[in-house]
Design a protein around this ligand. Structure first.
Ligand SMILES: [Zn+2]
Length: 512
């Protein structure tokens, strides 16, 4: 960290302290969490202090814990990991409470202005939506740890971690508001639930890039310097922010944990399990890993800001069903291909190989004839991480078919506008109009209306391919762009000898 960065960090901390106190003072109560770590038995010991302000009193404190976390479209029933719930008043007298539903607690608070709630969370699962604590580190997935007052997601909240004295770091997208870096204030619970924490003695690297501070928090950094990961990440950031024309965060934290599967996008961070090393066995696996990081980074725009209407505001008590996850996830997969190529990281062949991998995961299977992309988005809450052995026979995965539809859309917009516009314009339009100006999500009809507006006419055929299980005539899109499908291995390739028009198209898509 440079001297200039230090001064900015101090100013930011002071600003946040002031904001935190300022916001806290507005509510009728304060909420402070303290989290202790039982590293041997894998428990988080949670203590919530609720303090009424201004002499007000309430008969009952109703607390809710989410049943899912944004980006992970499955009811996870977080309260199943909770035990030993208890409540006391300021004098230490026990307060009575009862459960009211799977994720709601009602605490009787008559005549008391302060209540202390305690409970334990079993945290011993290695996935990005779950918490984990052991002798060397803790990963806190906040939606499964912290309760909010029923119906009051917009209330500010502070969290302090009690760490083992030998642990040095807490890494998260939130900035600390105390000198020792153990306390964080979120302006509301949406922010807290979208800010995972990594605690321990992991590798931490802080740097500034194009005016914004970044933190790498890496559990298993083996090889990270040698492969130039920081340089590649900066190129991904620059390419993405140039494409979108805006940076939607102040600071960004990249949390990469040890060996395991999955990654999850967050407000100004990403949390991913990795291969446990940055020494990749092949160039192919290296590019795939960079695509994974690019995917979570692009989600900052596509799903965190560019949102289907059903995904915002968030109801943590039930599913957020939308027919447009193929836009949020499928087009994000398409932008792995585009961004890595535009950043000069992937060659045209490597970029096409990324797309081909997705293509080969649905094109040979019958599932595409039984469920549309739209339907697979809508039903994901029934099928997330589904391992049924008939999965590929009856369903289609929007992670696989979505990016291919993204390619066809991009080509169709480009040819309809004679290369004046592309899918990039659609993403920018959705970002500027719905996120920045209207500050809301977009409906399905609004999505297609914006696409038609950019393309100069409706993309009727593409919409049919999204909404139905009709066979796709790939050649009718790909040939003009100098690409074709090789059904021998279900790959998408460049034609061997592109004609003049195909060369122009390939050049426009940066694929020459
Ligand atoms: Zn994703």
């Amino acid at each position: 960290m440079t001297g200039k960065n230090c001064i900015r960090s101090i100013l930011t901390i002071l600003l946040l302290q002031w904001m935190g106190h300022g916001v806290m003072a507005q509510g009728k109560y304060d909420l402070y969490y303290s989290v202790g770590l039982d590293t041997a038995a894998h428990y988080l010991n949670v203590e919530l202090t609720y303090t009424q302000k201004g002499g007000t009193n309430t008969d009952e404190l109703v607390l809710n814990m989410p049943v899912w976390t944004p980006g992970y479209y499955e009811i996870l029933n977080f309260p199943k990991h909770l035990c030993d719930f208890a409540a006391k008043d300021a004098k230490g007298n026990r307060l009575t409470w009862r459960k009211d539903g799977m994720n709601r607690w009602r605490v009787q608070t008559s005549d008391c202005q302060k209540a202390t709630i305690t409970y334990r969370i079993y945290a011993n699962k290695r996935d990005v939506a779950s918490s984990r604590v052991d002798g060397s580190a803790a990963f806190i997935a906040p939606a499964g740890v912290f309760m909010h007052v029923d119906g009051e997601i917009n209330h500010p909240v502070s969290v302090t971690f009690q760490m083992p004295s030998s642990w040095q770091h807490i890494s998260t997208g939130l900035l600390p508001n105390t000198k020792n870096g153990h306390t964080f204030t979120a302006k509301d619970f949406d922010t807290l639930y979208d800010s995972p924490f990594l605690l321990g003695n992991h590798y931490v690297k802080e740097f500034e890039h194009e005016g914004h501070p970044y933190t790498f928090a890496i559990e298993t950094p083996d090889g990270i310097e040698e492969i130039g990961f920081e340089q590649d990440f900066k190129r991904i950031v620059s390419t993405t922010t140039q494409l979108m024309g805006d940076v939607p965060y102040n600071n960004y934290c990249l949390i990469h944990m040890g060996e395991g599967g999955g990654g999850l996008e967050h407000l100004n961070s990403q949390a991913c399990y990795t291969d446990g090393t940055y020494r990749f066995p092949s160039r192919r696996s290296h590019v795939k890993f960079l695509a994974f990081t690019t995917h979570e980074y692009f989600h900052l725009y596509n799903v965190k800001c560019i949102r289907p209407a059903e995904l915002w505001p968030i109801d943590y008590n039930r599913e957020a069903i939308t027919p447009m996850l193929w836009v949020s996830e499928g087009l994000t997969c398409y932008y792995e291909f585009r961004l890595l190529r535009n950043a000069g990281i992937a060659t045209p062949e490597e970029a096409l190989e990324l797309l081909s991998t997705y293509f080969s995961l649905y094109a040979p299977y019958d599932g595409q004839h039984h469920a549309s992309l739209r339907q697979s988005s809508y039903d994901i809450w029934l099928n997330f991480m589904n391992n049924d052995d008939n999965e590929r026979d009856v369903r289609v995965n929007y992670y696989f078919k979505g990016p291919v539809i993204g390619l066809l859309m991009d080509i169709d917009i480009r040819r309809k506008t004679h290369q004046q516009h592309s899918l990039d314009d659609v993403m920018r339009r959705l970002y500027q109009k719905y996120y920045q100006q209207l500050q809301r999500g977009f409906t399905e009809e609004e999505f297609w209306t914006e696409v038609a507006d950019i393309a100069g006419q409706p993309l009727t055929d593409i919409r049919r391919l999204v909404d139905t299980t009709d066979d796709i005539d790939y050649d009718s899109y790909l040939r003009e762009a100098g690409l074709y499908v090789n059904t021998a291995d279900w790959s998408i390739r460049r034609v061997e000898k592109p004609n003049k028009q195909q060369r122009q198209f390939l050049k426009a898509m940066n694929m020459l």
